[in-house]
Design a protein around this ligand. Structure first.
Ligand code: APR
Ligand code: ZN
Length: 364
C-alpha cells in the first residue's frame, strides 16, 4: 500500500510550488523510508526550478535534508528504524572504479547515473512525480537507496545539520578535503554566499593566514569577517581586480575558489593565483552551455585550474562534520538566515533569487 505524503511539487519550470498529496511506494530492496525533519533550499534546486538545468517535471525538488529512518526494505544492512540520517548526492556503491580509489576521488560511478532521471517512488493520481537526482526531500517522507544516506549522531539538531548534506560540506570540504590548504596559506574566495562563507570557515580551520573575500555586495563584509575573512574586496571599487589581488597576496594566492558560477569570475580567480603553484577551484555552477577560457602560457609555470564536487567529501565524512558542528568547531547557525514551513517554500525560493537569504531551512 503506498503511503500518502504531503509534498511541495513544481509542475513546470518557474510555476509556483503546490502542496500536493503524493503516493509514495517502497521501500524496496536496499531502500529506506525516511521521515524528513528539515530540508535546506540550495541554488542547485533553484537552477532546476528555473529550467536552467534540464530535468523532468512535475518534480519533487530538494536534496539537502535530515530525517529519521522509519522503515527498511529487504536487504538493508546499515540502517534500522529510528536512525538519524542525512542524504548525500554522491552515493557509495563500494564496488566501482571510483569507490576503489578514495585517495583520488570522492565520486562513485553511481553518482553520474543518479544525476539522470530514473524511476520515481512518487506519483500523483497514477502519474509519476520525479525525484530530483534520485532524492527529493521537499516532502514529509521520501524513499532513498541506503547507499546514499549517512547515519549521524542522534543528539545533533535536524536544524541546521541538514545543511551538511550539501552547502556546508561543499564549502568546508573544498578548503579542507580537496585543496587541503596548508597552515600559513593565502586564499581568495569569490562570492560570499552560503557556499563561499563555508569555504572561508574551512580555510580558517585549515590555518590559512590570508583569507580575502571578494563580493560585490558590501553587506557581506561583516559576516565574512565573522567567518574568518582577513580582507574584504568589492570588485566594483577596484579597477584592476586581478593585479590588486596579486599584490594583496604577495605575488598570487596559493588557493582561490569561485563560488558564484560566472565564467569571467572563474577566469579572474584563475589569474590571481601564484603563477608557479597556485590552484584555482571552480565550485559555482556556471550556466548550461557556457565556457571558460584562459591564456595558455598562464598554465605553463605550474598553475592549476580544477574543481571539486560536494567539497571532495565522501558519504562517510558526514558524521564527522556533524561532530564538528556539535563541538562548535564550525558555525552553521549564523548562515541559516530564514526558517519556513513547507507551505511557504516559494518565499524561500524568491529569497534565493533576490539574494537576501544565505540559507533557508524548511522545517517539516
Ligand atoms: N563578483 C563578486 N561577487 C559576486 C558577483 C560578481 N560578479 N556576482 C555575485 N556575487 C556574489 C553575490 O553578492 C553573493 O554574495 O556572490 C554571492 C553568491 O552567493 P549565493 O547567491 O548565496 O550563492 P551560493 O548558495 O553561495 O551558491 C554559489 O555555488 O553551488 C553553487 O549553484 C550554486 O552557482 C551557485 C554557487
Ligand atoms: Zn545543493
Amino acid at each position: 500500500m503506498p503511503l500518502n505524503v504531503r509534498a511541495a511539487v513544481v509542475h513546470a519550470p518557474n510555476e509556483p510550488f503546490v502542496i500536493e498529496t503524493l503516493q509514495l511506494e517502497g521501500p524496496g530492496k536496499g531502500e529506506v523510508l525516511i521521515h524528513v525533519k528539515t530540508t535546506g533550499l540550495c541554488h542547485s534546486d533553484l537552477h532546476v526550478y528555473e529550467g536552467k538545468a534540464p530535468w523532468q517535471f512535475p518534480v519533487l525538488l530538494g536534496h539537502e535534508a535530515a530525517g529519521v529512518v522509519v522503515e527498511c526494505g529487504p536487504d538493508v544492512t546499515r540502517f534500522k528504524p529510528g536512525d538519524h540520517v542525512i542524504p548525500f548526492l554522491i552515493p557509495h556503491c563500494g564496488k566501482c572504479q571510483y569507490c576503489a580509489r578514495p585517495e583520488k576521488t570522492n565520486l562513485c560511478v553511481e553518482a553520474f547515473n543518479r544525476l539522470r532521471p530514473r524511476e520515481s517512488h512518487f506519483s500523483m493520481n497514477g502519474k509519476p512525480v520525479s525525484q530530483l537526482w534520485g532524492l527529493g526531500t521537499f516532502a514529509d517522507y521520501t524513499v532513498l537507496p541506503e547507499d546514499t544516506i549517512a547515519k549521524v549522531r542522534d543528539d545533533a539538531p535536524f536544524d541546521p545539520i541538514c545543511y551538511i548534506g550539501c552547502g556546508a560540506t561543499t564549502g568546508i570540504g573544498a578548503a579542507m578535503f580537496s585543496a587541503r590548504i596548508e597552515p600559513g596559506s593565502s586564499v581568495i574566495v569569490f562570492g560570499l554566499g552560503g557556499i563561499g562563507l563555508n569555504v572561508v570557515q574551512g580555510a580558517r580551520l585549515a590555518g590559512a593566514k590570508i583569507i580575502i573575500g571578494v563580493d560585490m555586495n558590501p553587506a557581506k563584509e561583516a559576516v565574512a569577517r565573522q567567518f574568518g575573512v582577513t580582507e574584504f574586496v568589492n570588485p566594483k571599487e577596484i579597477e584592476k581586480l586581478t593585479s590588486h589581488l596579486m599584490k594583496l597576496t604577495g605575488g598570487g594566492a596559493d588557493y582561490t575558489f569561485e563560488c558564484i558560477g560566472i565564467p569571467q569570475v572563474m577566469r579572474q580567480a584563475f589569474e590571481c593565483t601564484n603563477p608557479a603553484w597556485g590552484k584555482a577551484y571552480v565550485i559555482g555552477v556556471a550556466p548550461h552551455g557556457s565556457e571558460v577560457s584562459a591564456i595558455p602560457t598562464q598554465l605553463m609555470m605550474g598553475r592549476q585550474w580544477t574543481g571539486c564536487y560536494m567539497g571532495g567529501a565522501r558519504l562517510d565524512r558526514l558524521p564527522e562534520i556533524v561532530d564538528w558542528y556539535v563541538d562548535g568547531k564550525i558555525n552553521l547557525d549564523a548562515l541559516v538566515t530564514h526558517r519556513l514551513p513547507l507551505e511557504r517554500i516559494g518565499e524561500g525560493f524568491r529569497m534565493m533569487q533576490s539574494g537576501e537569504s544565505i540559507r533557508t531551512i524548511v522545517v517539516l
